[in-house]
Design a protein around this ligand. Structure first.
Ligand code: NAG
Ligand code: NAG
Ligand code: NAG
Ligand code: NAG
Ligand code: NAG
Ligand code: NAG
Ligand code: NAG
Length: 223
C-alpha cells in the first residue's frame, strides 16, 4: 500500500514537472508588458524569461515579479512603437527545459481606466459626460449609469473609437451615477477581443431627496 502510494506520488510529481508553465501577457496601457506564469500553480523553479519581437534579439526580463522568492512574472517597458501589435515571442528557460510561445498582442491590450471624468449639465439641458483616455485613436469606450442607486441601466452605452464624451438627453431630476471604461477597438483588434479597462471612478450628478431628514431637493455636481 505504502509503496503504491509512493509510486503514485512519484508519478504525479513527474507529470506536474513535465507540464509546461503557461505564460500570460498583457500590454498595460501601451506602457508595459506584463507577463506571468503562475496562473495554474506556482512554479517550483526559477525560470529565466526571454521575450522578443520578430527579427529582434531575445531580451532577458529586466524586472522579475516574484512570490515566495520564486520568479512568477516579468514586467518590462513596451518599447515597440512602429509595429505595436506584431507577434510577440516568450520563452521560459530552466536548465535544459525551455518553453516557447507566440502570441498576438493586439488581443492582449489593457488600458487604465479613463481619467478626468466630468459630468456637466449643458446649456442644451443635456447631461454631458467627458473623459480623457490615452491619445490613441483606436480606443473605444462604454458608459454605464444608474439612477437613484438602482441597478445599472443595461445594455451599457457604446462610444465609438476616438470619442471621449457621452450625452444623456434631458435627464430627469434624480441622482445619476456614471462610469466609463475603455478597450482597444474591436474592429481594429480582430479575432479575440482585448479586455476592458476597469471602470473609472464614479461621478455623480443630480438631486436626491434625503430619505431620513427633510432636506429639500439639492443640486450638486461632483467630479
Ligand atoms: C529563486 O531565486 C531567489 C532569489 O534569487 C532565491 O532566493 C530562491 O531560493 C530561488 N528559488 C528556487 C526555487 O530556486
Ligand atoms: C507562499 O508561502 C506560504 C507559506 O509557505 C504559503 O502559505 C502560500 O500559499 C505560498 N504562496 C504561493 C502563491 O505559493
Ligand atoms: C542537459 O543536456 C545535456 C546535453 O544533452 C546533458 O548532458 C545534461 O545532462 C542535461 N542536463 C540535465 C539537468 O538534464
Ligand atoms: C484633464 O483635462 C485637462 C483639460 O482638458 C487637461 O489639460 C489635462 O491634461 C487632463 N488631465 C489628465 C490626467 O488627463
Ligand atoms: C464635453 O464634450 C463635448 C463634446 O465634445 C463638449 O462640447 C463639451 O464642452 C465638453 N465638456 C467639458 C466639460 O469638457
Ligand atoms: C423628490 O421630491 C420631489 C417632491 O416631493 C418628488 O417630486 C421627486 O420625485 C423626489 N425625487 C426622488 C429622487 O425621490
Ligand atoms: C419638511 O420641511 C417642510 C417645509 O420646509 C416642513 O413643512 C415639514 O414639516 C418638514 N418635515 C419634517 C419631517 O421635518
Amino acid at each position: 500500500m505504502a509503496t503504491r502510494l509512493l509510486l503514485f506520488l512519484c508519478l504525479t510529481g513527474h507529470v506536474f514537472a513535465k507540464e509546461p508553465p503557461d505564460v500570460e501577457c498583457l500590454v498595460m496601457h501601451l506602457k508595459y508588458i506584463h507577463c506571468s506564469w503562475n496562473k495554474a500553480r506556482n512554479p517550483e523553479v526559477n525560470y529565466t524569461f526571454y521575450s522578443w519581437f520578430p527579427n529582434k534579439p531575445p531580451r532577458e526580463c529586466p524586472s522579475y515579479l516574484s512570490e515566495n522568492s520564486t520568479n512568477t512574472g516579468c514586467k518590462q517597458p513596451y518599447l515597440q512603437d512602429d509595429d505595436r501589435f506584431s507577434d510577440f515571442y516568450t520563452k521560459l528557460v530552466h536548465g535544459n527545459d525551455s518553453y516557447e510561445k507566440k502570441r498576438y498582442l493586439k488581443e492582449r491590450v489593457k488600458f487604465n481606466p479613463p481619467t478626468n471624468v466630468t459630468v456637466q449639465y449643458g446649456l442644451d439641458s443635456n447631461l454631458w459626460l467627458n473623459w480623457t483616455q490615452i491619445s490613441y485613436g483606436k480606443v473605444e469606450s462604454q458608459v454605464r449609469y444608474r439612477i437613484n442607486n438602482k441597478p445599472w441601466m443595461k445594455p451599457y452605452y457604446p462610444v465609438r473609437a476616438g470619442i471621449q464624451n457621452y450625452c444623456i438627453i434631458l435627464p430627469s431630476s434624480a441622482l445619476y451615477e456614471l462610469q466609463v471604461q475603455s478597450k482597444l477597438d474591436y474592429t481594429f483588434g480582430g479575432g479575440e477581443e482585448s479586455p476592458w479597462s476597469d471602470w473609472s471612478e464614479p461621478v455623480f450628478w443630480g438631486s436626491k431627496n434625503s430619505s431620513t431628514g427633510n432636506q429639500t431637493t439639492e443640486l450638486y455636481i461632483l467630479g
